[in-house]
Design a protein around this ligand. Structure first.
Ligand SMILES: [Zn+2]
Length: 267
């Protein structure tokens, strides 16, 4: 076949392959490019074959056949030609993509460095470089669920006193129907401790069990962390003497109350 016919046939097939590529039919496009290389690799213009291989590399990148893509890019780069300098540049970018796909990250950066030397930086080159760098230096995984907090309604019931509502915060990890037990208990203990002094100072409380002035409070916090608006209901009894008889009776009373409530609402 004479070179002119070969070139014309190659160009026709190339146009066909480009149509497949635009339609995202990468496999069919790659097959047509392969046909060109096999049929006219030695007879069509060298520049045409160079373009065809560079285009096939892009098909392989799309198909995630990165080893084949890299092979095509290397073939393109082994036969440089001044008239298809833009193809050389494309081949470096596609080589970088292929090496990234193969997990050869520093080699991918090398290809980008060469690209940059030849043409200066471009948006595509910068995006690729950024992505490769982020793969080389992955950020330690942050766990937002562990760090984030949610508003907590702290509902304090002191005898017949109107409920006191305090808005506090709760770690989001505890807001499940089955939160980690130790952390939940520590959270409850800290919540109570944080607010105990303020509650005590709100007014001159009288002992729940005798006419004396209260000097401290017993707390019985119940957790409802899993609700859409997480809540703690704290049944509080002012008592006259810490660890005295009224304190002890307060705890016994609440223990019985809780047992009664739990029995009434089995889980
Ligand atoms: Zn008392």
């Amino acid at each position: 076949m004479d070179p002119q016919t070969a070139e014309r046939n190659a160009q026709e097939l190339k146009a066909q392959a480009q149509t497949f590529f635009k339609a995202e039919k990468y496999n069919r496009a790659a097959n047509v490019y392969t046909e060109i290389i096999e049929q006219y690799g030695n007879t069509a213009l060298a520049d045409t074959i160079r373009i065809v291989r560079c285009n096939r590399a892009q098909c392989y990148v799309k198909l995630k056949k990165f080893d084949l893509a890299a092979e095509d890019c290397n073939a393109v780069l082994e036969n440089p030609s001044q008239s298809t300098r833009d193809i050389t540049l494309k081949a470096y970018l596609r080589l970088a993509c292929s090496r990234r796909g193969l997990g050869q990250l520093s080699e991918a950066l090398e290809a980008l460095n060469t690209f940059r030397t030849l043409s200066g930086s471009t948006p595509e080159e910068r995006d690729l470089r950024k992505d490769i760098n982020s793969k080389m230096h992955p950020q330690p995984p942050s766990n937002p669920a562990n760090l984030s907090v949610r508003p907590l309604r702290y509902n304090v019931q002191i005898g017949s006193h109107p409920a006191i509502i305090i808005i506090d915060e709760i770690p989001a990890v505890l807001c499940t129907s089955n939160p980690p037990e130790v952390r939940s208990k520590m959270f409850l203990a800290n919540l109570v401790r944080r607010h105990d002094g303020d509650l005590m100072r709100r007014q001159a409380w009288t002992c729940w069990n005798c006419p004396r002035m209260a000097t401290c409070m017993t707390h019985t916090p119940c957790a409802y962390f899993h609700l859409p608006e997480p809540m703690v209901v704290d049944y509080v009894q002012p008592v006259c003497i810490n660890q005295g008889r009224c304190d002890m009776e307060a705890r016994q009373f609440m223990a019985q109350e809780m047992a009664r409530v739990t029995a009434a609402f089995p889980k």
